[in-house]
Design a protein around this ligand. Structure first.
Ligand code: AMP
Length: 308
């Protein structure tokens, strides 16, 4: 049994009201695989970087038990670069630059030893590549989760719709759900998106928590109210990594277990935002994760007697 994570491994430059970074290590697959590593072993990564990407950053990923045999390093090419600026509310941001670089010609190769993939995280990347990866995995995984963003809705709509139709769980944020469904109401948007193929939809709402839908049920999990949010970059990918990592650990893909997965994902995301980039995420231990999950339990637990 293994978890395969694909997505960008990247350089990011981030501006928040609290500060600004030069190029730091980021990327959807970086955040998702590291978050998942706190829950499960046997994590395999497929992605691509240029030879400008530091070896020690790859070592850091390996130190979390993540196999990077499927991470291609392209000689003479530049890694994917993304830059963004957060508004004062820290919930919304402007993308300042997206340089696809090495991603433009990316042909994902799945090493033979990755073929026992039971859980597949199609992290944020071009939908064409997400589909190629699905095509190249011989046996369909038990669960396929896809994360994407507005960039691909704007630039690769048709491919994205095809990719979404093939997965079990789609994770997107509220603005992206509205864009994808062309509906303002998230409940209506969710039903429309579920009719496009996925059995489950997770709508991430930043500091306002996350919603899990299937055709009959809905579940809501809050985000932990934090005193300081330093840098929200990667929170969505970290959430998705924690979610699928927990499902891979428990090997239970029921709606009830997905609810628990959402709490673990939200706990991981709450760590991610506490420092710039992956700084906080890479230094955690499982006691801290459990303490954080306990805070979630305490936050939402209440006894109540109904009126009638
Ligand atoms: P999030 O804050 O969860 O949306 O994720 C931000 C991360 O996604 C950053 O580390 C970026 O490198 C990466 N990213 C930004 N834009 C894209 C894109 N168009 N495709 C794939 N990854 C991206």
């Amino acid at each position: 049994m293994s978890l395969l994570v694909i997505g960008t491994v990247a350089f990011d430059a981030i501006e928040t009201p609290f500060g600004k970074t030069d190029k730091i290590i980021g990327g959807a697959a970086t955040y998702a695989s590291i978050a998942a590593s706190y829950f499960t072993d046997n994590i395999n990564l497929v992605s691509v970087v240029g030879d400008d990407f530091p070896k020690e950053a790859i070592n850091n990923i390996n130190e979390h038990g993540i196999n990077t045999q499927g991470l291609q390093v392209k000689k003479g090419e530049k890694s994917f670069f993304w830059s963004g600026r957060y508004h004062n509310d820290m919930n919304t941001r402007d993308t300042l630059a997206t340089e696809l670089n090495v991603l433009l010609e990316f042909d994902p190769v799945i090493p033979d030893e990755y073929q026992d993939c039971e859980f597949l995280m199609l992290g944020n990347l071009s939908p064409a590549v997400q589909m190629t990866v699905m095509d190249r995995i011989v046996r369909r995984p038990k669960l396929v989760v896809l994360d994407t963003m507005n960039f691909w809705m704007d630039s690769a709509w048709d491919d994205l719709i095809k990719a979404i139709s093939r997965v079990d769980v789609l994770t997107i944020n509220d603005a992206e759900a509205r864009q994808l469904a062309n509906e303002y109401s998230l409940v209506k948007a969710a039903q429309k998106i579920l009719s496009m193929g996925p059995k489950y939809l997770i709508i991430k709402k930043g500091e306002h928590g996350a919603l899990l839908f299937n055709k009959e049920q809905v579940f809501f999990a809050p985000a932990l109210p934090l005193e300081d949010v330093f840098d929200p970059t990667g929170a969505g990918d970290t959430f998705a990594g924690g979610f699928i990592g927990y499902l891979a650990r428990t090997r239970d893909i029921s709606f009830d277990n997905m609810k628990r997965g959402i709490i673990f994902g939200s706990a991981m995301a709450s760590f991610c935002v506490e420092k710039f980039g992956t700084e906080r995420l890479i230094e955690l231990n499982t006691d801290e994760v459990d303490e954080r999950v306990q805070e979630f339990i305490d936050l939402v637990q209440f006894d109540i007697t109904l009126v009638k």
